[in-house]
Structure formats: structure tokens, C-alpha cells
Design a protein around this ligand. Structure first.
Ligand code: NAP
Length: 468
């Protein structure tokens, strides 16, 4: 077991001034793999102070120089992809393939996509005789979840730093080791001191204190809607800017005339990969009533080859839930689905331990008012819903407190029209591959603000009008 005692601020690794450690678990075997020292209030004050002191010069640096640092960080991540992926497998439990591609390589791809468009970004707009000058907001608190331990940080750090802000990152307690590697890469790149800082520790103490800090100008939070509400209050108290990337309960709408097998597999993959711990997971599959039996047959056939087990092993797609809490939460939802009358088509049980494994589960004969169709389960659970008319399908998809993501599979023009009517920040039509230049974020209780691509910069910029 490794012990991590340091935090990163003022351009250096610094001994944390507390006696508090948090354990990191390998949830495939429940062994403790590391312990990480938490930041004290004094550490957080020093990290924020260091970010504050660095803001002036970083915000005035030529944007091309800021981009050059970010390019070097992207390269540094790419050089350590294997190490990052192995760490994600260990501390999060995603499969090896998923950790390599969707967790590690994707972060590099997204950074490079933003940098490409940033090359044409103008920080000054001429409007008649006046100028609109865009400048950084100040020190950004980046508070991130465990489900994509590298990329959730990247999605905040990249636009925040490019826009001229400095950052203090508080990664999730379950997955600090991947974040450690990122801080080390940034240290090797030699970013000016204070521009990037990282403190570890629990959300309820370290995250809470950081978000409340008077020198934080903007809170950029990704996580649950519940904690998001708390961030709203904190931002309100200090009149701080706020970016919220919260939960989701997204739908795949299948339209007659489309490829049913492709639609079913796409939705299933989003609740199988990463054990369904993905905010944009298409956890509600909405099909015409007369295609329910075909849908069940496709699911049974697809799931019989899905391997659940140690995520470090080749061929395994579904690893363990990240933690015992998450495992119990998902099992409670499965129990609730049964209790409320949905039918278990597949799975429905925990897998015998050790490890926090759950059988990939599919519910049918469900209705959209059931808990399993309304609340974010964040596990390998798919709920199949049926409709009689396309209008009803759209209404079911939109009947959710969330509005993060969605998908439509069907004849091209019709699918596009339905996509336009979904009240979500993203819609995937006919299994299109994701373009990292496009923005990502939610409507309704999924939050506000956008990540990815050049659109993300808007959230981190102040606009100043200068009249001449
Ligand atoms: P979470 O419990 O809300 O935690 C997210 C982060 O907030 C963690 O770093 C956590 O620290 C910290 N935190 C917790 N309580 C806090 C407090 N009182 N003050 C300040 N910080 C606090 O969420 P999670 O369980 O890690 O992540 C799962 C959720 O994230 C899901 O709802 C998922 O949909 C959402 N998510 C959304 C997106 C998106 O882009 N919309 C992307 C990914 C995930 P600790 O780790 O120490 O608890």
C-alpha cells in the first residue's frame, strides 16, 4: 500500500498539514491500495492564495503561450496513457479497454480539439468604436467526481486556464491517484507556479471550505444534483460564478424504420461500460410497444456474451462498482424496481464477492413514473419503456427532472426532428461518433454551463466593454 502525503500548490509538492488520511480501495477485491492525506484549512488557504497571486500574470500572458502549456500537458498525458489507464482500472474499476480509450486517450483528444479551435479564438471584439475584451474571471475551484477521474478535471482545467484563470482542483476521494498523475505531469511541464493547484480530501470538509473561500471567483462543479444544489447556495452567498455539470436520466428513443439492434446495443453499452457510472448513460430505452419482444430478444442475445469480472483481465467489459456505497445504492434501486412491479429480464442480483460486482440488469414492463425510470441509478441497469405514438415517445423522454443527454435511432430526417424536440443538452442521432469540438452539458436539473470545445471558454470569461 502506498501513502500519499502531499498536495500540489505554489508550483511544488507540499506536505499536507493534517493528520487525516483517506483510503483508496481496489473495489475488485476490496483491498486498500493507498492512503491519501487530506488538506487542512491552512493548506487550502495557501493553495487559493497561490492561485490568486498567479492570476494577474497568467491572465495577461499571450494566449498562444497559455495554449502552448496546455499542448505540453496533453502530450504529457499521452506519454503516460498506460500508467493512467492502469490506475483508473485499479481505483475506479473500469475495464482495461475503456480506461485506455474513453478515460485516458479521450482526455487528450478533447484537449487537442479545444486547442485547435482556440487558435482562432479572439479575446477582443470590435463593436463600432468600442471594444469587448474577454478576460479570465479569477481563481476557479474545480470540484470533480470519480467516474472519469482524469477527464472531469481536464474538462474544467483546459477552458479555465486557456481563458486566463488559475485553478484549485479538488478531485473525488474515491479516485485521487489518477489526479496525482495529472498534477505530476503538470509539474513536469513547468507551468508557472500557482496556476494549477490540487488539494485532496473529502467533499464535506475540503470541497466545502474551498467552494466557500472568499477568493474563489467561480465554482466549477461536476457531480450529483444534490451537491450541485449546495454549490448553488454557496455561489449565491458570495455572488460567485457557477458551472454545474450534474446528473442525468437519458433516453434512447427508437423510431420504427431505424436499426433496432444498433439502438439497443448503444443504450446497453452506456450502462455496461464504466458499470453505467456515466452521467450521459442512456438508461431508459424507449421502443414501440409492438417491438418489445424483438428488443428483449436482442438484449438477451447481447448480454449473454458480456463478461463481468476483474477489470484488469482481457475481455471483461463490466467491472465492480466504484465503492461499497455505490454498490449498495444500485442494489437498492434494483430492489425498488422489483417492488414497484417492473419485470427483471436479465440480472437483478449482486455477484458473490469479494468485490462490488453487480449483474448487468434489464427491467421491462416498466413505466416512466417508477423510481428506476426517474432517478439516476449510476449502475449497470437499463429500463425498457414502450410507446404507442412518436409524440408519446417524445413526451416520455422529456418527462424527467434531468436534461443531460439523449439519443434517437430512426429514419434520418425523422430522427433529426425528434432530436430537436428533446429537452437535453446533447442528442446522438443514429450512433454518430462523438465530436469533442461540440459542447457537453445539461438542461433542467442536469445543470448549466458547457464543457468541451471552444464553447466551454464562455463560462470562464468576463466580458469588459471599453468605450473609446
Ligand atoms: P458527488 O457526491 O456530488 O461528488 C462530486 C464531488 O463533490 C466530489 O469531489 C465530492 O467529494 C465533492 N463534494 C461532495 N460533497 C461536497 C460538499 N458538501 N461540498 C463540496 N464538495 C463536495 O458526486 P459523485 O458521486 O462523485 O459523482 C456522481 C455524480 O456526478 C452523478 O450524479 C453523475 O451524474 C454526476 N456527473 C455529471 C457529469 C456531467 O458532466 N453532467 C459528469 C460526470 C458525473 P468526495 O469525493 O470527497 O465526496
Amino acid at each position: 500500500m502506498k501513502t500519499y502525503d502531499k498536495l500540489y500548490y505554489d508550483g511544488q509538492w507540499q506536505e499536507a498539514k493534517s493528520d487525516d488520511y483517506r483510503e483508496v480501495i481496489n473495489s475488485a477485491n476490496e483491498e486498500v491500495i493507498a492512503k491519501v492525506k487530506s488538506a487542512s484549512k491552512e493548506d487550502i488557504d495557501l493553495a487559493v492564495q497561490s492561485a490568486n497571486e498567479a492570476f494577474d500574470s497568467w491572465s495577461q500572458l499571450d494566449p498562444k503561450d497559455r495554449a502552448s502549456y496546455l499542448e505540453q500537458i496533453a502530450q504529457g498525458i499521452e506519454d503516460r496513457l498506460d500508467e493512467i489507464a492502469e490506475t483508473v482500472v485499479l481505483e475506479l474499476g473500469s475495464s482495461r479497454d475503456f480506461s485506455q480509450s474513453a478515460q485516458a486517450q479521450n482526455a487528450v483528444n478533447e484537449m487537442r480539439a479545444t486547442l485547435k479551435d482556440f487558435a482562432d479564438f479572439s479575446f477582443v471584439d470590435q463593436v463600432d468604436q468600442g471594444q469587448v475584451v474577454k478576460e479570465g474571471t479569477g481563481v476557479v475551484a474545480c470540484i470533480t467526481p470519480w467516474n472519469f477521474p482524469l477527464n472531469q478535471i481536464q474538462r474544467k482545467m483546459t477552458p479555465a486556464l486557456l481563458a486566463g484563470n488559475t485553478v484549485v482542483v479538488k478531485p473525488a476521494s474515491e479516485t485521487p491517484l489518477t489526479a496525482y498523475i495529472l498534477a505530476d505531469i503538470i509539474h513536469q511541464v513547468g507551468l508557472p507556479k500557482g496556476v494549477f493547484n490540487m488539494v485532496f480530501g473529502s467533499g464535506s470538509s475540503v470541497g466545502d471550505y474551498l467552494a466557500d473561500h472568499p477568493d474563489i471567483a467561480l465554482i466549477s462543479f461536476t457531480g450529483s444534483t444534490e451537491v450541485g444544489r449546495l454549490m448553488y447556495q454557496k455561489a449565491g452567498k458570495g455572488i460567485k460564478r457557477l458551472v454545474l455539470e450534474l446528473g442525468g436520466k437519458s433516453a434512447m428513443v427508437f423510431l420504427e424504420g431505424g436499426d433496432l439492434e444498433a439502438a439497443v446495443k448503444q443504450a446497453a453499452d452506456t450502462v455496461l461500460d464504466n458499470q453505467g457510472q456515466t452521467c450521459s448513460a442512456l438508461s431508459r430505452l424507449i421502443v414501440p410497444g409492438d417491438r418489445l419482444e424483438d428488443t428483449k430478444a436482442i438484449l438477451k442475445d447481447y448480454y449473454q456474451d458480456i463478461q463481468v469480472g476483474d477489470p484488469s483481465q482481457d475481455g471483461v467489459k463490466v467491472g465492480p462498482m466504484v465503492s461499497k456505497d455505490q454498490y449498495q445504492r444500485v442494489l437498492d434501486y434494483i430492489a425498488k424496481g422489483k417492488e414497484e412491479g417492473a419485470q427483471v429480464l436479465l440480472g437483478g442480483q449482486a455477484v458473490e464477492g469479494p468485490g462490488y460486482f453487480i449483474q448487468p440488469t434489464v427491467f421491462t414492463e416498466a413505466t416512466n413514473d417508477m423510481t428506476i425510470a426517474r432517478e439516476e441509478i449510476f449502475g449497470p441497469v437499463l429500463t425498457v419503456l414502450t410507446y404507442d405514438s412518436v409524440e408519446e415517445a417524445i413526451a416520455i423522454a422529456n418527462d424527467s427532472p434531468y436534461g443531460l443527454s439523449g439519443a434517437v435511432t430512426g429514419p434520418k430526417d425523422e430522427a433529426f426532428e425528434v432530436a430537436k424536440r428533446l429537452r437535453t443538452g446533447n442528442v446522438n442521432v443514429n450512433q454518430a461518433s462523438r465530436n469533442p469540438r461540440l459542447p457537453f452539458g445539461g438542461y433542467k436539473e442536469s445543470g448549466f454551463g458547457r464543457e468541451n470545445g471552444i464553447y466551454a471558454l464562455d463560462d470562464y470569461l468576463e466580458l469588459k466593454a471599453i468605450f473609446e
